[in-house]
Every structure is written in C-alpha cells, then in structure tokens.
Write a protein that binds this ligand. Structure first.
Ligand SMILES: [Cu+2]
Length: 409
C-alpha cells in the first residue's frame, strides 16, 4: 500500500513538473517541423517597444513569404487566410492590421513565393509579460505561428479604455457595450426554462416512475396530461412567443439602422519590388543527428552585377547567422537566433557566376526547438530561406526546398 501511495506521489510530482515547464511555451515547439519549415517564412519580425503601460500602443511589424513547398496534405494559404496575433488571453486589443498597406479586418489569401509586409497595431489591455507572435490562420490548417518577442505590460487593468465611435457618431465603450443586455436575456431565458421544469417537478410521479407509468398505459398515456397541464403549456408558449416578438419590435424601434456582420474577402495587391538576381537549386540536404548539423549543398546563380555572400539561413523560424557577413544580436533570451552558427564553404558568388556552395547550420537549437523530429516524418521534405548580401548590404532572398536525408553516424 505504502509503495502504491509513494508511486502516486511521484507520478503527480512528475505531472506537476511537466505542466509547469510547458506553461512557458505555448505551442511553437509542438508544431511539426515540416509545418514550421514549409508553410510561412517570417522575416524581420520586430516590435516597436518591449515595455509599455496599459492603454499604450505597440506595433508588430515584419515580412513573411508563404513557402513554395507548402505540404500537399495541408490546406493552402492560397485558400482563405487571416493575419492575427498570438498572445495568451485577451491581453491586448488589435486596433489595426495591414498587409502591404491593405487593412486586414477580413480574411484574404496569400500567394506562395510572394513577399508580404505586415504590421499590426495593438493596445495593451492587461498587465503581464507576454510572448507576442504574429500568426496567420489558414482555413482548414490552423494557426501558422511566427517568431515570438517578449513584451511587458505595466499599469492597472482597471484603467484600460477602449472606446469606439459608431457610424452614427455614438461613442461606445467596447469593454461593456451590450453586456447588460446579454446578462438580462441570459437570466430571463434561464428563468423561463427553470419555471417550466419546476412546474413538471410538481407533478407526481416524476422522471423514471412517470416513464414506467407511461409505458404501462401504452396508447392511453396521453391521459396523464391534465387540462391544467395543457393550460400551463399554452401560457408558456404564449409567453415565449410574445417575448420574442415583442423584443424584436422593441429592438427594431430602438436601433432602426443596423448592418450585418461583414464576412466578405479582401484582396491584397502585390508590391513592386526590386528584381531578385539570385536563384538557387538544391543539390542535397542532409541532417546529421549526432552533430545537430544541417548540411546544405546548393547551386547559386548570380545574375546581378555585384558579388553576393550568404549571411543567414532560416528554417522554421530558427535563424543561423554567418558572422563573417553580418552581426545579429538576439532580441531577448527566447529569440531563436544563433549569431555564429552558419559556416559557408565556397565563398561569395561573383557577378554572372554559377557555383556550388556548401552550408553547415550547426546548433543545439535543432534539438531544443524539437526540429529533429523531421527525421520521423514519412514526407522528409524540408524548406528554408537563404539571405544573400551584397557588399553594400543589399539583401536578396532565395527559398530552397526538397528531400532531406538523415545521417545517423
Ligand atoms: Cu511564444
């Protein structure tokens, strides 16, 4: 017996440890590596401030590119998609969100391989420390989560203000608007239902004995319903119908102008961008498990008139930086950037040149961010983004994708 109790205690302690350690993350690591690598590439995600008070604003900005290697078994972003923010609970309100300058109040669709600028304006609602992520919700697929940045909100939740002006010029408080009405109708219908239930509870017999009696009476079971029961039923019916009809007329009278909830879609226009002179072809991708090392062999073609060097390799929101080309500092302790983890063999690619380049992205992040489960997938296709830089700092993006071969020794 004592042993069983001890085992139970140990089990609960283990569960507690598991729950408390997983409470810090919120799903970014749980998503399959293939989904993280082959859905949306996020770039330059930043926040305008990491510390603000309740009622103050923060902008979340950056770029994203839907992958050309979007998995076939997952609904495409070219269907229906919606730009959102992932934070725990209603800790912010979204005042505005835009993609390529177009308001994102409604759903849209995005093209694979196209680069988009996004920005979301948030107002702090509750004090706390939040990991703020941009998110694209894709119909039939779910949320595709971008990199998170810690934002701290100070102040008092009671001071939060969120007023809006209706199309008729009335200023309303969004925190409480219509809440009394919701309370009133919820309580009223609950009371009506309860009264109907209570009436039948006064009848004898009730529930199972009544059911048995009805079985016994067979075709004559209707005789159990008395004339008073019928009168009460009519009263309840009349009361319900007149409440619905009367409140409908009252609402029509009080709010003569209403608009339905808007569900139409919006189109996002493409932006004019400088032509990209860099193109790449994947020769081979290998992931060596013992070394947590991703080896990529590619053929780079540079059609521009300046040499380009590879400065960054991104896969599934993990960033591996070639410190010889650029210096990057992590934004905070959870920023998934390895400032010196990308080794490039083959050097810069000269103007007009086509050459083979081998990259090594070696870091424990593959393991800690649970990307290594990519070897367990029946569809071992990976994708990622390479950042090429000219000497004057101009950046060109090139996506790679294809099968990955695991190396176990
Ligand atoms: Cu997070």
């Amino acid at each position: 017996m004592k042993r069983i109790i001890a085992m139970c205690i140990a089990l609960f302690a283990l569960m507690g440890a598991f729950i408390s350690s997983s409470a810090f993350a919120h799903g970014e690591r749980a998503q399959m590596p293939q989904l993280r690598m082959r859905t949306v590439h996020w770039m330059d995600v930043q926040v305008s401030t990491t510390k603000l008070a309740v009622n103050e604003l923060v902008m979340v900005k950056g770029q994203f590119m839907p992958s050309e290697y979007w998995p076939h078994h997952v609904n495409s972003i070219e269907g229906t998609a919606f730009l959102n923010i992932g934070v725990p609970g209603p800790s912010f309100v979204r005042l505005d969100s835009r993609v390529n300058g177009t308001p994102m109040i409604r759903s849209t669709s995005f093209n694979k391989g196209e680069l988009y600028d996004f920005e979301v304006k948030l107002k702090a609602r509750k004090p706390g420390r939040y990991h703020v992520h941009p998110v694209i919700n894709v119909e039939g697929t779910g949320p595709i989560i971008g990199p998170g940045i810690w934002v701290e909100v100070t102040g008092n939740a009671a001071d939060f203000e969120n007023n809006a002006t209706t199309l008729l010029g009335k200023v309303i408080d969004m925190e409480t608007y219509g809440f009394d009405n919701v309370k009133f109708w919820s309580i009223l219908w609950f009371a009506v239902g309860l009264a109907w239930f209570a009436y039948w509870l006064t009848k004898c017999p009730i529930i199972v004995p009544r059911f048995k009696r009805a079985q016994e009476l067979g075709a004559d079971a209707d005789k159990m319903i008395t004339p008073i029961d019928r009168v009460m039923a009519a009263v309840f019916l009349l009361l319900t119908l007149s409440l619905i009809g009367g409140s409908y007329l009252h609402a029509q009278d009080q709010y003569p102008i209403t608009t339905p909830l808007q569900t139409g879609r919006v189109e996002v226009p493409s932006l004019e961008r400088e032509p990209n002179p860099v193109s790449i072809k994947l020769i081979e991708a290998r992931y060596r498990i013992p070394g947590r090392s991703f080896r990529l062999e590619i053929e780079v073609t540079n059609r521009g008139n300046e040499p380009v060097s590879i400065g960054e390799f991104d896969a599934g929101s993990l960033r591996f930086i070639n410190s010889a080309v650029r210096k990057v500092k992590p934004l905070d302790e959870s920023d998934l950037v390895a400032p010196d983890a990308l080794r490039v063999e083959g050097g810069p690619v000269a103007a007009g040149e086509t050459k083979r380049v081998v990259l090594y992205a070696d870091d424990a992040m593959w393991e800690t961010e649970r990307m290594t489960t990519m070897i367990a997938s029946p569809d071992a296709v990976v994708a990622g983004m390479l950042f090429f830089y000219t000497d004057r700092g101009q950046r060109y993006l090139a996506e790679f994708g294809g099968p990955m071969i695991p190396v176990f020794r």
